[in-house]
Design a protein around this ligand. Structure first.
Ligand SMILES: C[S@@+](CC[C@H](N)C(=O)[O-])C[C@H]1O[C@@H](n2cnc3c(N)ncnc32)[C@H](O)[C@@H]1O
Length: 250
């Protein structure tokens, strides 16, 4: 049996959003400003999944490379990029093992949508941060994002609707297990002509929140760590925020 949790899910993953290559304007504005402020031209998305953010970074004028450990996600990224007419290099690399794979350092490395939460423990997270730091130029930035915030972790909602449109519902049913969580993803197609139900689970062995990121990124020798609670650069508020964006500078 494959140990890739995304096998069998990769081809459905993009049901999170309606189209592959149109982007939320708020997210686009966020990266445009962030990349301008940090002189970012060359970007690695080191957990690129099915490639959505590669398309965004390309649209912002960056030279982009995508890597991911999951062959299933990379296969879907190849399909998505080809159908959008984009030629972006993709590599199968574990983000704990990035050094030695690239000829030039990057201005930014993205590790988005909770990808870092796949690590088993803090030792592995530190290993990943050191690996990422190594492929950044001095002054280059690491960007992390996740929907799990201090507020959600405190409130521990069992059900979170991720997508609700006329024909399709995606519902997260969350089991909080020890220090981590299992996200059971329930997909229900309820169109006029097709009705279908599929479910799968993604495990996050250990939750990381704002203070954990600041501590671990400092330990990995990142010089500054900024945390935002929205794509409008509002400061992260542990009481209220529903999004955690971490930007760490090498
Ligand atoms: C929730 S998905 C996010 C994908 C994409 N960043 C997005 O925002 O849609 C998590 C991704 O992290 C990747 N991943 C998990 N562990 C990894 C590792 N050690 N090295 C590289 N990628 C990893 C998974 O294969 C998956 O594609």
């Amino acid at each position: 049996m494959s140990d890739d949790p995304y096998e069998g899910f990769a081809e459905r993953y993009d049901l999170f959003s309606e189209t592959f290559d149109t982007h939320d304007p708020a997210i686009e504005r966020f990266y445009r400003r962030l990349f301008a402020e940090h002189g970012v031209h060359r970007v690695l998305d080191c957990a690129c999944g099915t490639g959505r953010d590669l398309a965004l970074f390309h649209e912002l004028g960056c030279a982009v490379v995508g890597s991911d450990v999951s062959e299933a996600m990379l296969a879907q990224a190849r399909i998505n990029l080809a159908s959008a007419g984009l030629s972006i290099p993709l590599r199968q690399i574990d983000f704990r093992e990035l050094p030695g794979h690239f000829d030039h350092p990057f201005d930014a490395v993205a590790c988005l949508s909770s990808s870092i939460l796949h690590m088993e423990d803090e030792c592995e997270v530190l290993h990943a941060f050191l690996s990422i730091r190594e492929v950044l130029r001095d002054g280059g930035i690491l960007v992390l994002t996740q929907g799990t915030t201090d507020r959600q972790w405190r409130e521990k909602p069992r059900f979170i609707p991720a997508v609700m449109n006329r024909d399709f519902t995606r519902l997260f049913v969350i089991d909080y297990i020890g220090a981590g969580a299992r996200y059971n993803v329930l997909d229900i197609v309820h169109g006029e002509t097709s009705r279908e139900f599929k479910a799968w689970s993604i495990d996050y062995p250990m939750m990381l929140l704002r203070d954990d990121y600041v501590r671990l990124l400092n330990e990995a020798q990142f010089s500054t760590v900024d945390c935002y609670g929205s794509y409008a650069f509002s400061p992260y508020d542990p009481e209220q925020s529903r999004l955690l964006i971490v930007v760490a500078e090498r």
